[in-house]
Each structure stands twice: as structure tokens, then as C-alpha cells.
Design a binder for this molecule. Structure first.
Ligand SMILES: NC(=O)C1=CN([C@@H]2O[C@H](COP(=O)(O)OP(=O)(O)OC[C@H]3O[C@@H](n4cnc5c(N)ncnc54)[C@H](OP(=O)(O)O)[C@@H]3O)[C@@H](O)[C@H]2O)C=CC1
Ligand SMILES: O=C(O)C1=N[C@H](C(=O)O)C[C@H](O)C1
Length: 228
């Protein structure tokens, strides 16, 4: 994701990347002339308006803390965060603009609302969320699967069962299945290119930078007409 973000940000005149951060400090080729810091040197980051975090849960508190110290905004797509880390995000939202999303695609933002409506209309049916991702993905179920599960629970009062598949280079596929007697309803999203997540995060960062403190939501920020 870091590579996609650097490549796409370089093509967007509205954005200037002051530094990239990786765990090791090793620079990807997409960094070109952008300074690259190791995670343990994060405090040396030059002044910035918004940090964009796609890392691992172990790196989350550090970037959240830095944004609070600097009074900067944070966009995060890191999945697998703990309840304590989400509580820290809520607390930070009282001082700075923050936006965490399990998925930065427009399609999933719409899908979550469709799932809530379908689960509310079919409360007695079995609900399952099935997700498939590439073999390098560390967390399961995916953040998006949990988001869709929360939408099922919001619709019918109880969550679904989850199944996860890790295979090859699958970008990200999510199916919500509602099964009743004699019929099945499937709502499916397939991402075929990681650039959609990077584009969504960059656009969210541009919008978030103009907002005040708060825990902002990707769907509301990007698709205000999508209902809810
Ligand atoms: N919300 C969304 O739309 C999406 C979310 N994601 C999520 O984003 C995260 C990253 O995914 P992906 O890019 O595929 O993962 P990668 O493993 O390819 O990249 C992770 C990056 O984070 C760095 N990193 C690892 N540990 C730390 C740390 N403790 N502190 C700071 N940096 C660290 C790594 O550095 P190094 O290589 O040096 O270790 C690397 O640059 C995952 O949680 C994934 O689920 C992914 C796609 C879309
Ligand atoms: O790690 C990934 O690749 C992805 N992670 C996110 C998730 O956990 O839902 C979003 C997307 O599916 C890709």
C-alpha cells in the first residue's frame, strides 16, 4: 500500500509527501527523492498536515501519538487493531481529525449499507461473511469482513459467521451470504487493483485536512448521498 500511495501521490498536484516511513527504513523505489524514515525515527518526521497509515497494529500508537503531538490529521487503513487501539483513536478524535476505515473503496462503503438493509429485512436467515485475500495478509477475518459483520448485526441484532481464505495474489473479495429456506441472497464486492484503496485514502486525506477534530467516517466523507 505504501508503494501505491507514493506512486499515486506523486501524480497528484494537490499533494506533497514530506516523508515516507517503513518499519526498517528501507526505501521502496517509488519513494524517489522523498526522505524515508525507519519507524523508530518517526519523531524526526518533518512538519506535515496529514499522516496516512497503512502499516501493522504494532505501529499504530506511534503514528497516532505523533499526529496528536503535531496537531495533524490521521488517515489510517491498518486492520487488526485492538479494542484499546480503537479507544485511543476515539480519544484522539477529541483533539485532531482522525479517519480509520477497514476499506477505502467506494464499493464497500455502499455494500455495507446494502448489507444492513438486507439483514434487517431477513432477520431470521443465516448470515455468513466469506473473505478471500493474498497469502501475505496477516489478519483474519479481514477488517472489511468485520465491518460487514457489524452491518449485519446493525440490521438484525446479531452478527454473522466468518470464513477466511488466503490464496495467491487475491486483492480482496468479500461475500455476505444470507440463506433462508429454499433461497440464498449473496452480496459481493471484488477489488481487482490495490490502487482503489490508495486513491480512496489520498482523497480522504485531502478532505480530512480541512475538517476539525472528530472521528470522521469514510462513507460519510466520500459518499454523502449513499444513505444510512
Ligand atoms: N483499509 C484499506 O482499504 C486497506 C487496508 N490494508 C491494511 O493496511 C495494512 C498494510 O497492508 P500492506 O501494505 O499490504 O502490508 P505490507 O506488509 O506490504 O506493508 C506494511 C508496511 O508497514 C511497515 N511496518 C510494519 N510494521 C511496522 C511498524 N511496527 N511500524 C511502522 N511501520 C511498520 C512495513 O515496513 P517493512 O516492510 O520495513 O517492515 C511496510 O512498509 C494492513 O493492516 C492491511 O490489512 C491494506 C489494503 C487496503
Ligand atoms: O490486507 C489487505 O490486502 C486488505 N485489507 C483490508 C481488510 O482487511 O479488509 C482491505 C482490503 O480488503 C485489502
Amino acid at each position: 500500500m505504501g508503494r501505491a500511495l507514493l506512486r499515486l501521490a506523486a501524480e497528484d498536484a494537490r499533494l506533497f509527501v514530506v516523508a515516507a516511513v517503513t518499519g526498517s527504513g528501507r526505501a521502496p523505489e517509488e519513494a524517489r527523492d522523498t526522505p524515508v524514515l525507519a519507524a523508530d525515527a518517526l519523531a524526526k518526521a518533518p512538519p506535515f498536515d496529514v499522516a496516512i497509515d497503512f502499516s501493522q497494529p504494532a505501529g499504530f500508537e506511534a503514528v497516532l501519538g505523533l499526529c496528536q503531538e503535531r496537531g495533524a490529521a490521521l488517515v489510517s487503513g491498518t486492520t487488526g487493531l485492538s479494542a484499546d487501539q480503537f479507544a485511543a483513536l476515539d480519544a484522539a478524535g477529541r483533539r485532531i481529525p482522525v479517519l480509520w476505515a477497514a476499506n477505502f473503496s467506494a464499493g464497500v462503503a455502499v455494500l455495507a449499507e446494502l448489507v444492513r438493509q438486507a439483514a434487517a429485512a431477513l432477520p431470521g436467515w443465516d448470515a455468513d461473511v466469506v473473505e478471500a485475500h493474498h497469502v501475505h495478509k496477516k489478519d483474519a477475518p479481514s477488517g472489511t469482513a468485520l465491518q460487514l459483520g457489524a452491518a449485519v448485526a446493525a440490521g438484525r441484532g446479531r452478527g454473522p459467521a466468518y470464513a477466511s481464505l488466503r490464496a495467491g495474489d487475491i486483492v480482496g473479495e468479500h461475500t455476505v451470504q444470507l440463506a433462508g429456506p429454499g433461497e440464498r441472497l449473496e452480496l459481493i464486492h471484488r477489488a481487482t487493483n490495490r490502487d482503489i484503496f490508495a486513491r480512496g485514502a489520498l482523497e480522504a486525506a485531502l478532505r480530512l485536512a480541512r475538517l476539525g477534530p472528530g472521528r470522521h467516517e469514510f462513507g460519510r466523507l466520500m459518499l454523502p448521498g449513499a444513505g444510512r
